[in-house]
Write a protein that binds this ligand. Structure first.
Ligand code: ATP
Ligand code: MG
Length: 405
C-alpha cells in the first residue's frame, strides 16, 4: 500500500473542525496522542501542518518501518486517514517527479484507470488545481502506457497537496480510527470482564474521547489467576488507543459468598450486579469519573433484560453507558477482531457471575424484591470493604507494573 520510499506521513483530522472554540484543546490532545504513538519510533517527529499533522524524519529522507508506523498512527483517535507521502518542492517539475516515482512504485502492469487530484491550500502557487492535475497526469500517461484517465472511478488515484509549509504527493490512504482525541471527553469507569463485549464497549466510548478506568471483579479462588491476567491483557490492548490505564482489581469473593448464604439463587446475578454497580460508583467517585460503561446488549443473557437492567441501574446515580445495547454478537466480534481484543477474549473464560447461580435465573427481577433481600445485609459496609481491598494495576501498551493503592 505504501510508497516504497515515503519521506513523510500525513494524518488528516476527523471531525475536529466542528468544535469551534474548543478546537485548540482538541488539537492539543491529538498531538499528545500522536507523539505517544511515536514513542516506539524514535527516528520520526510530528508537527502541525495546515489543518493536518505531518510526521517525518527530522533530517528528511525515507522513513524506516513505514508500514508499521502507518498502522500505529491509524490507531490514534481523532485521525481520519493516514497517507504515506513523497515530499516535493512547491513547483510543477518537483511535484511531477514525485508523482512519477509514486506511479513507478505501483503495480501498473495491466491497463489501469487513473486520476490525479490536486488540493492547492497555498493560493500563491501560480497554477489552478485542475491545471496542475492535468499537467501531472499527462506526464504520468507518457511514462506508462497502461494508464488511462478515469476521473469517476479511478483504480489508482494520485493526490497532490500544495500547502504553505509543505507540498507532497501520495497514492494511498489508510482509514484511521476516527472519533475524538483521548481525554477530550472526560473519564469513565469501564466494567471490564474477560468476555468479548466489555473491551469493545470500552473502545467505543474511548473513541469518543473518554479516558478509561477499568474495574474488574475477581473471585479467587473460583476464578483463576489466568482470568485476571486476561483482563490485564485486554486493558493493555485498550491502552494502545488511550494511553496508560490503571485497572482496579476488586476482590469479589466475600461479597458473593455472603449473598449466597441468604439470598434465593435465582436473584444472585442481579444481586451481584447491583453490588458491582455500587462498588464501581464508589471507585468512579474516587477517580473523578463521570459515568460507568458496560458491555451489555439487550436480551443477550438473562441479566440483560430491561427489567434486570433497571434493577441493576437503580443503585447508581451515575449515567450508565451501554454502547453495545443494540449490537448483535457478530458485529461485536467483528469489532473485537479489528481492535485486537478478540484473541484474548476467547481464551478459556471464568465468569464470576456464573458462580453459585442456578440454571434458570430470574429474568424479571423487581426492585422491591431485591431491596427486601438486601435489607438483611450491611450493603454499605460490603461496598467499603471491597473498595479498600481493591488493587490497582498500571498498564501501558506492552508493559505492566503493579502497585498498591
Ligand atoms: P462480556 O463479554 O463483556 O463479559 P457478557 O455478554 O458476557 O459481556 P455479562 O457477563 O452478563 O455479559 O456481563 C455484562 C457486563 O457486566 C459486562 O459486559 C461487563 O461490563 C460487566 N461485567 C460482568 N462481569 C464482570 C466482572 N467480573 N468484572 C467487571 N465487569 C463485569
Ligand atoms: Mg461476561
Amino acid at each position: 500500500m505504501s510508497a516504497a520510499r515515503s519521506t513523510g506521513i500525513v494524518l488528516r483530522i476527523g471531525e475536529l473542525f466542528l468544535k469551534g472554540q474548543n478546537r485548540y484543546m482538541f488539537e492539543q490532545h491529538l498531538m499528545n496522542d500522536v507523539r505517544r504513538a511515536l514513542k516506539a519510533f524514535p527516528r520520526v517527529v510530528a508537527e502541525r501542518l495546515h489543518g493536518r499533522i505531518w510526521v517525518a524524519s527530522p533530517g528528511g529522507g525515507a522513513i524506516a518501518d513505514i508500514d508499521r508506523l502507518v498502522e500505529r498512527l491509524a490507531c490514534v483517535f481523532g485521525v481520519a486517514t493516514v497517507s504515506p507521502v513523497l515530499e516535493a518542492r512547491p513547483a510543477l517539475d518537483s511535484l511531477t517527479a514525485a508523482a512519477l516515482e509514486i506511479v513507478r512504485d505501483q503495480d501498473v502492469s495491466r491497463p489501469t484507470r487513473f486520476a490525479v487530484a490536486t488540493n492547492r491550500a497555498d493560493k500563491r502557487f501560480p497554477m489552478k488545481s485542475p491545471d496542475i492535475s492535468r499537467a501531472i497526469a499527462e506526464a504520468c500517461l507518457e511514462a506508462n502506457s497502461n494508464l488511462a484517465v478515469d476521473l469517476r472511478a479511478p483504480e489508482l488515484k494520485v493526490g497532490v497537496e500544495i500547502g504553505p509549509e509543505r507540498s507532497f504527493v501520495f497514492a494511498a490512504s489508510r482509514e484511521g480510527a476516527g472519533g475524538l482525541p483521548s481525554g477530550s471527553g472526560g473519564r469513565v469507569v469501564l466494567l471490564l470482564s474477560g468476555g468479548i463485549d466489555s473491551p469493545v464497549a470500552g473502545y467505543l466510548v474511548a473513541r469518543r474521547g473518554a479516558l478509561l478506568s477499568p474495574v474488574y471483579f475477581h473471585s479467587a479462588p473460583h476464578t483463576s489467576e489466568a482470568a485476571r491476567e486476561k483482563v490485564i491483557d485486554l486493558a493493555r490492548v485498550l491502552a494502545k488507543y488511550t494511553g496508560p490505564i490503571d485497572v482496579t482489581v476488586v476482590p469479589f469473593t466475600a461479597v458473593q459468598e455472603a449473598l449466597r448464604m441468604k439470598a434465593p439463587g435465582r436473584f444472585l446475578v442481579v444481586l451481584y450486579r447491583r453490588m458491582m454497580m455500587r462498588i464501581a460508583t464508589a471507585i468512579a467517585e474516587r477517580r473523578r469519573a463521570r459515568g460507568i460503561v458496560t458491555g451489555e446488549s439487550l436480551g443477550q443473557v438473562a441479566s440483560q433484560t430491561l427489567d434486570n437492567i433497571a434493577a441493576i441501574e437503580a443503585v447508581t446515580a451515575m449515567p450508565v453507558l451501554r454502547p453495545l445495547i443494540g449490537a448483535d454478537k457478530v458485529e461485536t466480534i467483528r469489532l473485537a477482531r479489528k481492535i485486537g481484543t478478540y484473541d484474548i477474549s476467547i481464551r478459556p473464560y471464568d465468569d464470576c457471575c456464573a458462580l453459585f447461580v442456578p440454571a434458570h435465573p430470574e429474568t424479571h427481577a423487581r426492585i422491591v424484591d431485591v431491596e427486601a433481600i438486601e435489607a438483611d445485609f450491611d450493603v454499605a459496609g460490603m461496598v467499603e470493604a471491597a473498595v479498600l481491598a481493591a488493587e490497582t494495576v498500571h498498564v501501558d501498551e506492552g508493559v505492566e507494573s503493579p502497585f498498591s493503592s
